[in-house]
Design a protein around this ligand. Structure first.
Ligand code: LFR
Length: 488
Protein backbone atom coordinates (compact mmCIF):
# COMPACT_ATOMS: atom_id res chain seq x y z
CA UNK A 1 0.00 0.00 0.00
CA UNK A 2 1.29 3.44 -0.92
CA UNK A 3 2.06 5.90 1.84
CA UNK A 4 2.37 9.65 1.42
CA UNK A 5 4.15 12.09 3.69
CA UNK A 6 4.84 15.79 3.44
CA UNK A 7 8.39 17.13 3.76
CA UNK A 8 9.23 20.80 4.30
CA UNK A 9 12.82 21.64 3.58
CA UNK A 10 14.01 25.16 4.41
CA UNK A 11 17.31 26.43 3.07
CA UNK A 12 18.99 29.77 3.58
CA UNK A 13 17.51 31.17 0.38
CA UNK A 14 14.36 29.17 -0.23
CA UNK A 15 12.10 26.38 0.86
CA UNK A 16 9.89 23.69 -0.58
CA UNK A 17 6.98 21.51 0.37
CA UNK A 18 7.41 18.10 -1.22
CA UNK A 19 5.11 15.12 -1.23
CA UNK A 20 6.99 11.86 -0.73
CA UNK A 21 5.37 8.59 -1.81
CA UNK A 22 6.62 5.21 -0.62
CA UNK A 23 5.38 2.09 -2.40
CA UNK A 24 7.32 -0.37 -0.27
CA UNK A 25 10.20 -0.45 -2.79
CA UNK A 26 10.99 3.09 -3.80
CA UNK A 27 10.46 6.67 -2.71
CA UNK A 28 9.30 9.23 -5.25
CA UNK A 29 9.00 12.92 -4.53
CA UNK A 30 6.85 15.64 -6.04
CA UNK A 31 7.23 19.36 -5.50
CA UNK A 32 4.00 20.97 -4.29
CA UNK A 33 5.13 24.41 -3.28
CA UNK A 34 8.33 26.42 -3.62
CA UNK A 35 9.05 29.79 -2.02
CA UNK A 36 11.94 32.12 -1.42
CA UNK A 37 13.37 32.74 2.02
CA UNK A 38 14.34 36.40 2.11
CA UNK A 39 16.07 37.66 5.24
CA UNK A 40 15.02 41.16 6.21
CA UNK A 41 17.42 43.79 7.54
CA UNK A 42 15.76 46.19 9.98
CA UNK A 43 17.57 48.76 12.10
CA UNK A 44 20.87 47.06 11.48
CA UNK A 45 19.79 43.50 12.36
CA UNK A 46 19.32 40.68 9.85
CA UNK A 47 16.19 38.66 10.67
CA UNK A 48 14.50 35.56 9.29
CA UNK A 49 10.96 36.43 8.24
CA UNK A 50 9.59 33.62 10.37
CA UNK A 51 5.87 34.37 10.10
CA UNK A 52 6.18 34.57 6.32
CA UNK A 53 7.86 31.17 6.40
CA UNK A 54 5.08 29.79 8.54
CA UNK A 55 2.58 31.23 6.06
CA UNK A 56 4.39 29.23 3.36
CA UNK A 57 4.04 26.06 5.48
CA UNK A 58 0.29 26.69 5.52
CA UNK A 59 0.31 27.15 1.73
CA UNK A 60 2.14 23.84 1.42
CA UNK A 61 -0.45 22.14 3.64
CA UNK A 62 -3.27 23.51 1.49
CA UNK A 63 -1.58 22.39 -1.73
CA UNK A 64 -0.98 18.93 -0.27
CA UNK A 65 -4.72 18.33 -0.16
CA UNK A 66 -4.56 17.23 -3.79
CA UNK A 67 -2.29 14.32 -2.79
CA UNK A 68 -5.01 12.58 -0.79
CA UNK A 69 -4.22 11.18 2.65
CA UNK A 70 -0.99 12.54 4.14
CA UNK A 71 0.30 10.37 6.98
CA UNK A 72 2.71 12.84 8.51
CA UNK A 73 4.68 16.06 8.20
CA UNK A 74 8.41 16.60 8.76
CA UNK A 75 10.39 19.84 8.80
CA UNK A 76 14.11 20.41 8.35
CA UNK A 77 16.07 23.65 8.26
CA UNK A 78 19.60 24.99 8.47
CA UNK A 79 21.30 24.79 11.86
CA UNK A 80 22.00 27.01 14.86
CA UNK A 81 19.22 29.65 14.72
CA UNK A 82 16.32 29.88 17.17
CA UNK A 83 13.33 31.78 18.49
CA UNK A 84 12.63 32.67 22.11
CA UNK A 85 9.20 31.91 23.55
CA UNK A 86 7.75 33.53 26.68
CA UNK A 87 5.89 31.70 29.43
CA UNK A 88 2.59 32.18 27.59
CA UNK A 89 4.01 30.62 24.47
CA UNK A 90 4.42 33.85 22.49
CA UNK A 91 7.34 34.36 20.19
CA UNK A 92 9.59 37.12 21.55
CA UNK A 93 11.06 39.00 18.59
CA UNK A 94 11.96 37.61 15.23
CA UNK A 95 14.70 34.98 15.01
CA UNK A 96 18.00 36.55 13.94
CA UNK A 97 20.01 35.26 10.97
CA UNK A 98 23.29 33.51 11.73
CA UNK A 99 24.99 35.84 9.24
CA UNK A 100 24.10 38.83 11.41
CA UNK A 101 27.22 40.51 12.76
CA UNK A 102 26.02 40.48 16.40
CA UNK A 103 28.19 37.48 17.26
CA UNK A 104 31.45 39.16 16.22
CA UNK A 105 33.92 38.85 19.07
CA UNK A 106 31.73 36.38 21.01
CA UNK A 107 34.14 33.47 20.56
CA UNK A 108 36.79 35.42 22.42
CA UNK A 109 34.23 36.45 25.07
CA UNK A 110 33.23 32.84 25.63
CA UNK A 111 36.83 31.74 26.15
CA UNK A 112 37.02 34.15 29.09
CA UNK A 113 34.17 32.19 30.69
CA UNK A 114 35.14 28.64 29.76
CA UNK A 115 38.48 27.19 28.85
CA UNK A 116 38.56 26.70 25.08
CA UNK A 117 39.89 23.18 25.29
CA UNK A 118 37.31 22.20 27.89
CA UNK A 119 34.56 23.72 25.74
CA UNK A 120 35.60 21.62 22.75
CA UNK A 121 36.22 18.56 24.89
CA UNK A 122 32.59 18.59 26.05
CA UNK A 123 30.70 19.71 22.96
CA UNK A 124 33.00 18.33 20.25
CA UNK A 125 31.79 21.15 18.00
CA UNK A 126 33.78 23.15 15.47
CA UNK A 127 34.11 26.70 16.80
CA UNK A 128 32.13 29.02 14.57
CA UNK A 129 30.71 32.37 15.61
CA UNK A 130 27.38 31.50 14.04
CA UNK A 131 26.74 28.76 16.62
CA UNK A 132 23.78 29.14 18.99
CA UNK A 133 26.09 29.36 22.00
CA UNK A 134 27.59 32.61 20.73
CA UNK A 135 24.24 34.07 19.71
CA UNK A 136 22.93 33.43 23.22
CA UNK A 137 26.08 34.86 24.73
CA UNK A 138 25.47 38.02 22.73
CA UNK A 139 21.99 38.23 24.27
CA UNK A 140 23.37 37.66 27.74
CA UNK A 141 25.85 40.48 27.31
CA UNK A 142 23.65 42.92 25.40
CA UNK A 143 19.98 41.94 25.69
CA UNK A 144 19.72 40.45 29.14
CA UNK A 145 16.14 41.70 29.41
CA UNK A 146 15.13 39.60 26.42
CA UNK A 147 16.79 36.48 27.79
CA UNK A 148 15.09 37.11 31.16
CA UNK A 149 11.69 37.12 29.47
CA UNK A 150 12.38 33.86 27.64
CA UNK A 151 10.78 30.67 28.87
CA UNK A 152 12.13 28.49 26.07
CA UNK A 153 14.79 28.71 23.37
CA UNK A 154 13.45 26.81 20.38
CA UNK A 155 15.60 25.98 17.37
CA UNK A 156 14.23 26.75 13.88
CA UNK A 157 12.76 23.37 12.85
CA UNK A 158 11.43 22.84 16.37
CA UNK A 159 9.94 26.33 16.26
CA UNK A 160 7.88 25.38 13.21
CA UNK A 161 6.95 22.11 14.93
CA UNK A 162 5.86 24.18 17.92
CA UNK A 163 3.74 26.48 15.75
CA UNK A 164 2.12 23.39 14.19
CA UNK A 165 1.60 21.28 17.30
CA UNK A 166 2.21 23.33 20.45
CA UNK A 167 5.01 20.94 21.52
CA UNK A 168 8.17 22.67 22.74
CA UNK A 169 11.01 20.21 22.16
CA UNK A 170 14.58 20.11 20.94
CA UNK A 171 15.19 17.42 18.34
CA UNK A 172 18.59 15.84 18.89
CA UNK A 173 20.27 16.56 15.52
CA UNK A 174 19.45 20.26 15.51
CA UNK A 175 20.38 20.56 19.20
CA UNK A 176 23.80 19.15 18.30
CA UNK A 177 24.55 22.25 16.17
CA UNK A 178 24.32 24.61 19.15
CA UNK A 179 27.72 23.96 20.78
CA UNK A 180 25.81 23.50 24.04
CA UNK A 181 25.32 19.76 23.93
CA UNK A 182 27.49 17.18 25.61
CA UNK A 183 28.49 15.26 22.50
CA UNK A 184 28.86 11.95 24.34
CA UNK A 185 25.68 12.13 26.38
CA UNK A 186 23.49 13.79 23.75
CA UNK A 187 22.09 16.12 26.43
CA UNK A 188 22.51 19.81 27.22
CA UNK A 189 25.78 20.23 29.04
CA UNK A 190 25.22 21.68 32.52
CA UNK A 191 28.88 22.50 32.71
CA UNK A 192 28.85 24.60 29.55
CA UNK A 193 25.53 26.28 30.38
CA UNK A 194 26.80 27.16 33.87
CA UNK A 195 30.10 28.50 32.57
CA UNK A 196 28.36 30.66 29.97
CA UNK A 197 25.80 31.76 32.59
CA UNK A 198 22.89 30.73 30.39
CA UNK A 199 19.52 30.07 32.10
CA UNK A 200 19.01 26.30 32.11
CA UNK A 201 15.23 26.38 32.08
CA UNK A 202 15.10 27.76 28.53
CA UNK A 203 16.55 24.57 27.04
CA UNK A 204 13.77 22.18 26.05
CA UNK A 205 13.71 18.44 26.49
CA UNK A 206 15.73 16.67 23.81
CA UNK A 207 13.83 14.16 21.70
CA UNK A 208 15.42 11.51 19.46
CA UNK A 209 15.66 11.97 15.68
CA UNK A 210 12.86 10.23 13.82
CA UNK A 211 10.10 10.31 16.44
CA UNK A 212 6.64 11.82 16.65
CA UNK A 213 6.42 15.29 18.26
CA UNK A 214 2.67 15.81 18.11
CA UNK A 215 -0.30 16.48 15.87
CA UNK A 216 -1.56 19.58 14.08
CA UNK A 217 -3.41 21.83 16.53
CA UNK A 218 -7.20 22.15 16.35
CA UNK A 219 -6.74 25.78 15.37
CA UNK A 220 -4.70 24.92 12.29
CA UNK A 221 -6.98 22.05 11.29
CA UNK A 222 -9.98 24.37 11.46
CA UNK A 223 -8.26 27.24 9.66
CA UNK A 224 -7.01 25.08 6.81
CA UNK A 225 -9.83 22.57 6.73
CA UNK A 226 -7.60 19.60 7.52
CA UNK A 227 -7.89 16.43 9.57
CA UNK A 228 -5.33 15.76 12.28
CA UNK A 229 -1.89 14.87 10.90
CA UNK A 230 1.12 13.61 12.86
CA UNK A 231 4.15 15.87 12.97
CA UNK A 232 7.43 13.99 13.13
CA UNK A 233 10.73 15.29 14.43
CA UNK A 234 12.75 14.13 11.42
CA UNK A 235 16.30 15.29 11.55
CA UNK A 236 15.49 18.94 12.12
CA UNK A 237 18.98 19.64 10.83
CA UNK A 238 18.97 19.51 7.01
CA UNK A 239 22.51 18.10 6.87
CA UNK A 240 21.41 15.08 8.90
CA UNK A 241 18.42 14.48 6.61
CA UNK A 242 20.84 14.58 3.67
CA UNK A 243 23.09 12.07 5.38
CA UNK A 244 20.28 9.52 5.55
CA UNK A 245 20.15 9.69 1.74
CA UNK A 246 23.85 8.97 1.15
CA UNK A 247 23.84 5.90 -1.13
CA UNK A 248 26.78 4.18 0.56
CA UNK A 249 26.67 0.51 1.51
CA UNK A 250 30.07 0.41 3.21
CA UNK A 251 30.36 1.26 6.88
CA UNK A 252 33.14 3.81 6.54
CA UNK A 253 32.63 6.42 3.88
CA UNK A 254 33.19 10.08 3.13
CA UNK A 255 30.10 12.16 2.46
CA UNK A 256 29.98 15.65 1.03
CA UNK A 257 26.65 17.38 1.43
CA UNK A 258 26.86 20.18 -1.02
CA UNK A 259 24.54 23.20 -0.96
CA UNK A 260 24.97 26.76 0.30
CA UNK A 261 27.34 25.09 2.77
CA UNK A 262 29.57 22.09 2.07
CA UNK A 263 29.73 19.55 4.86
CA UNK A 264 32.43 16.96 4.39
CA UNK A 265 32.93 14.15 6.82
CA UNK A 266 32.34 10.59 7.86
CA UNK A 267 29.82 8.76 10.01
CA UNK A 268 30.89 7.34 13.39
CA UNK A 269 29.31 5.36 16.19
CA UNK A 270 31.02 7.52 18.83
CA UNK A 271 32.40 11.07 18.70
CA UNK A 272 36.09 11.66 18.14
CA UNK A 273 37.22 14.40 20.49
CA UNK A 274 40.96 14.70 20.92
CA UNK A 275 43.84 17.11 20.39
CA UNK A 276 43.98 16.40 16.68
CA UNK A 277 40.28 16.92 16.03
CA UNK A 278 40.44 20.09 18.11
CA UNK A 279 43.45 21.32 16.19
CA UNK A 280 41.65 20.70 12.89
CA UNK A 281 38.47 22.19 14.34
CA UNK A 282 36.36 19.23 13.24
CA UNK A 283 32.81 19.01 14.51
CA UNK A 284 30.85 16.08 15.93
CA UNK A 285 27.19 16.51 15.08
CA UNK A 286 24.41 14.10 15.88
CA UNK A 287 22.04 12.28 13.55
CA UNK A 288 19.58 9.42 13.34
CA UNK A 289 20.21 6.57 15.77
CA UNK A 290 22.63 8.80 17.73
CA UNK A 291 25.17 8.37 14.93
CA UNK A 292 27.87 11.01 14.86
CA UNK A 293 28.78 13.01 11.77
CA UNK A 294 32.42 13.86 12.14
CA UNK A 295 32.66 16.71 9.67
CA UNK A 296 34.13 19.98 8.52
CA UNK A 297 31.86 22.87 7.73
CA UNK A 298 33.11 24.53 4.54
CA UNK A 299 31.65 27.69 3.10
CA UNK A 300 30.40 25.91 -0.03
CA UNK A 301 28.40 27.20 -2.96
CA UNK A 302 27.67 30.38 -1.03
CA UNK A 303 30.65 32.03 -2.77
CA UNK A 304 29.16 31.28 -6.19
CA UNK A 305 25.60 32.15 -5.14
CA UNK A 306 26.65 35.47 -3.65
CA UNK A 307 28.95 36.30 -6.59
CA UNK A 308 26.03 35.69 -8.92
CA UNK A 309 23.89 38.07 -6.85
CA UNK A 310 26.67 40.67 -7.02
CA UNK A 311 26.85 40.39 -10.80
CA UNK A 312 23.07 40.79 -10.95
CA UNK A 313 23.39 43.92 -8.80
CA UNK A 314 25.91 45.14 -11.38
CA UNK A 315 23.44 44.48 -14.20
CA UNK A 316 24.85 41.15 -15.47
CA UNK A 317 22.41 38.31 -14.92
CA UNK A 318 23.58 34.74 -15.55
CA UNK A 319 22.13 31.39 -14.54
CA UNK A 320 24.29 28.78 -12.79
CA UNK A 321 24.53 26.83 -16.05
CA UNK A 322 25.92 29.89 -17.88
CA UNK A 323 28.43 30.49 -15.10
CA UNK A 324 29.59 26.90 -15.35
CA UNK A 325 30.14 27.20 -19.13
CA UNK A 326 32.20 30.37 -18.64
CA UNK A 327 34.23 28.68 -15.89
CA UNK A 328 34.95 25.69 -18.11
CA UNK A 329 36.50 27.98 -20.72
CA UNK A 330 38.75 29.79 -18.22
CA UNK A 331 42.35 28.61 -17.71
CA UNK A 332 42.84 25.94 -15.06
CA UNK A 333 44.55 25.93 -11.65
CA UNK A 334 45.90 29.49 -11.80
CA UNK A 335 44.86 30.93 -8.47
CA UNK A 336 43.05 29.88 -5.30
CA UNK A 337 41.20 31.37 -2.39
CA UNK A 338 40.62 29.89 1.04
CA UNK A 339 36.84 29.73 0.80
CA UNK A 340 36.64 29.80 4.59
CA UNK A 341 38.56 33.05 4.97
CA UNK A 342 36.37 35.33 7.11
CA UNK A 343 35.90 37.97 4.40
CA UNK A 344 33.83 35.56 2.31
CA UNK A 345 31.11 34.96 4.93
CA UNK A 346 29.10 38.20 4.74
CA UNK A 347 26.89 39.08 1.80
CA UNK A 348 28.23 41.63 -0.68
CA UNK A 349 30.94 41.97 -3.29
CA UNK A 350 32.41 38.46 -3.12
CA UNK A 351 34.11 38.70 -6.58
CA UNK A 352 35.86 41.90 -5.44
CA UNK A 353 37.03 40.15 -2.25
CA UNK A 354 38.28 37.18 -4.27
CA UNK A 355 40.40 39.47 -6.46
CA UNK A 356 41.74 41.19 -3.38
CA UNK A 357 42.59 37.82 -1.79
CA UNK A 358 44.53 36.73 -4.90
CA UNK A 359 46.35 40.08 -5.12
CA UNK A 360 47.32 39.92 -1.43
CA UNK A 361 48.64 36.39 -1.74
CA UNK A 362 50.68 37.17 -4.85
CA UNK A 363 48.67 35.05 -7.27
CA UNK A 364 47.30 35.90 -10.72
CA UNK A 365 44.08 37.90 -10.24
CA UNK A 366 40.92 36.38 -11.79
CA UNK A 367 39.32 39.15 -13.85
CA UNK A 368 36.50 37.70 -15.97
CA UNK A 369 33.37 36.09 -14.53
CA UNK A 370 34.51 32.71 -15.86
CA UNK A 371 37.88 33.08 -14.14
CA UNK A 372 36.26 33.96 -10.82
CA UNK A 373 33.83 31.03 -10.97
CA UNK A 374 36.64 28.66 -11.94
CA UNK A 375 38.75 29.92 -9.06
CA UNK A 376 35.87 29.29 -6.61
CA UNK A 377 35.16 25.78 -7.93
CA UNK A 378 38.80 24.73 -7.94
CA UNK A 379 39.35 26.21 -4.48
CA UNK A 380 36.33 24.38 -3.11
CA UNK A 381 37.58 21.08 -4.54
CA UNK A 382 40.99 21.70 -2.98
CA UNK A 383 39.37 22.56 0.33
CA UNK A 384 37.45 19.27 0.18
CA UNK A 385 40.73 17.41 -0.24
CA UNK A 386 42.19 19.32 2.67
CA UNK A 387 39.22 18.46 4.90
CA UNK A 388 39.34 14.83 3.78
CA UNK A 389 43.02 14.59 4.74
CA UNK A 390 42.22 15.96 8.20
CA UNK A 391 39.37 13.49 8.65
CA UNK A 392 41.60 10.61 7.53
CA UNK A 393 44.29 11.72 9.92
CA UNK A 394 41.81 11.56 12.81
CA UNK A 395 40.09 8.28 11.96
CA UNK A 396 43.17 6.51 10.61
CA UNK A 397 40.98 5.10 7.84
CA UNK A 398 41.25 5.24 4.09
CA UNK A 399 38.29 5.95 1.84
CA UNK A 400 37.79 4.93 -1.79
CA UNK A 401 34.86 7.15 -2.71
CA UNK A 402 33.50 10.58 -1.90
CA UNK A 403 29.69 10.44 -1.79
CA UNK A 404 28.46 13.84 -2.91
CA UNK A 405 24.80 14.66 -2.34
CA UNK A 406 22.65 17.78 -2.65
CA UNK A 407 22.24 20.64 -5.11
CA UNK A 408 25.99 20.93 -5.75
CA UNK A 409 25.95 17.58 -7.57
CA UNK A 410 24.18 19.33 -10.44
CA UNK A 411 27.50 20.98 -11.23
CA UNK A 412 29.42 18.42 -13.28
CA UNK A 413 32.40 20.75 -13.10
CA UNK A 414 32.48 20.75 -9.29
CA UNK A 415 32.01 16.96 -9.15
CA UNK A 416 34.86 16.39 -11.61
CA UNK A 417 37.14 18.87 -9.83
CA UNK A 418 36.38 17.14 -6.53
CA UNK A 419 37.39 13.77 -8.01
CA UNK A 420 40.58 15.33 -9.44
CA UNK A 421 41.53 17.12 -6.24
CA UNK A 422 40.76 14.21 -3.90
CA UNK A 423 42.29 11.69 -6.28
CA UNK A 424 39.40 9.31 -5.83
CA UNK A 425 36.03 8.38 -7.28
CA UNK A 426 33.10 10.70 -6.71
CA UNK A 427 29.59 9.29 -6.51
CA UNK A 428 27.21 12.19 -7.22
CA UNK A 429 23.57 12.19 -6.17
CA UNK A 430 20.86 12.29 -5.13
CA UNK A 431 20.34 15.99 -5.79
CA UNK A 432 17.32 15.95 -3.47
CA UNK A 433 19.12 14.21 -0.62
CA UNK A 434 17.68 16.39 2.12
CA UNK A 435 14.08 15.90 1.06
CA UNK A 436 14.55 12.16 0.51
CA UNK A 437 16.13 11.88 3.96
CA UNK A 438 13.29 13.86 5.49
CA UNK A 439 10.75 11.53 3.85
CA UNK A 440 12.67 8.42 4.89
CA UNK A 441 12.94 9.64 8.48
CA UNK A 442 9.19 10.14 8.67
CA UNK A 443 8.74 6.60 7.41
CA UNK A 444 11.24 5.41 10.01
CA UNK A 445 9.32 7.28 12.72
CA UNK A 446 6.12 5.51 11.65
CA UNK A 447 7.88 2.14 11.46
CA UNK A 448 7.40 1.68 7.69
CA UNK A 449 11.15 1.69 7.14
CA UNK A 450 13.01 -0.36 9.73
CA UNK A 451 16.58 0.91 9.71
CA UNK A 452 19.03 3.43 8.35
CA UNK A 453 20.55 0.73 6.13
CA UNK A 454 17.15 -0.05 4.65
CA UNK A 455 16.46 3.66 4.08
CA UNK A 456 19.75 4.04 2.22
CA UNK A 457 19.03 0.99 0.04
CA UNK A 458 15.56 2.31 -0.82
CA UNK A 459 16.90 5.74 -1.72
CA UNK A 460 19.72 4.22 -3.78
CA UNK A 461 17.13 2.26 -5.78
CA UNK A 462 15.04 5.38 -6.23
CA UNK A 463 17.64 7.76 -7.66
CA UNK A 464 20.15 8.19 -10.46
CA UNK A 465 23.71 8.33 -9.24
CA UNK A 466 26.58 9.51 -11.47
CA UNK A 467 30.19 8.42 -11.09
CA UNK A 468 33.20 10.66 -11.75
CA UNK A 469 36.69 9.18 -11.97
CA UNK A 470 39.72 11.35 -11.14
CA UNK A 471 41.61 12.96 -14.05
CA UNK A 472 44.91 14.90 -14.36
CA UNK A 473 45.83 14.02 -10.79
CA UNK A 474 49.52 14.92 -11.15
CA UNK A 475 48.61 18.46 -12.15
CA UNK A 476 46.12 18.73 -9.28
CA UNK A 477 48.66 17.34 -6.80
CA UNK A 478 51.15 19.99 -7.83
CA UNK A 479 48.52 22.73 -7.56
CA UNK A 480 47.48 21.43 -4.12
CA UNK A 481 50.91 22.34 -2.78
CA UNK A 482 50.32 25.93 -3.95
CA UNK A 483 46.81 25.87 -2.48
CA UNK A 484 48.08 24.88 0.96
CA UNK A 485 50.33 27.96 1.04
CA UNK A 486 47.43 30.41 0.71
CA UNK A 487 45.28 28.85 3.43
CA UNK A 488 44.33 31.25 6.17
C1 LFR B 1 23.53 23.57 5.98
C2 LFR B 1 23.64 23.94 7.42
C3 LFR B 1 24.95 23.51 8.02
C4 LFR B 1 25.07 24.52 9.12
C5 LFR B 1 24.69 25.76 8.39
C6 LFR B 1 24.32 26.94 9.21
O1 LFR B 1 22.34 24.02 5.43
O2 LFR B 1 22.60 23.39 8.17
O3 LFR B 1 25.01 22.18 8.46
O4 LFR B 1 26.32 24.57 9.71
O5 LFR B 1 23.62 25.35 7.57
O6 LFR B 1 23.26 26.66 10.05
Amino acid sequence: MEKKVLAFDFGASGGRAMCGTFDGEKITIEELHRFSNDPVILNGTMYWDVLRLFFEIKQGLIKAKKCGKIESIGIDTWGVDFGLIDSEGRLLENPVHYRDSRTEGMLAESFKMIDKQKFYEITGNQFMEINTAFQLLYLLKNRKDLLDRADKMILMPDLFNYFLTGAKKAEYSIASTTQLLDARKGQWSDEVLDALELPKHIFPEIVPTGTKVGELTDEICTELGLDKIDVMAVAGHDTQCALVAVPASEEDFIFLSCGTWSLLGTELAEPIINDKSEYYNITNEGGYGRKISFLKNIIGLWCIQESRRQWIREGQEYGFGDLEIMAKEAPSLRCFIDPDAPEFTPAGDVPGRIREFCRRTGQPVPESIGEVVRCINESLAMKYRHAMEEIKDCTGKDYQTVYMVGGGTQSALLCQFTANACGCRVSAGPVEATVLGNVALQLMASGDIKSLGEAREIIKRSQDIKIYEPQNTAEWDEAYERFKKILV
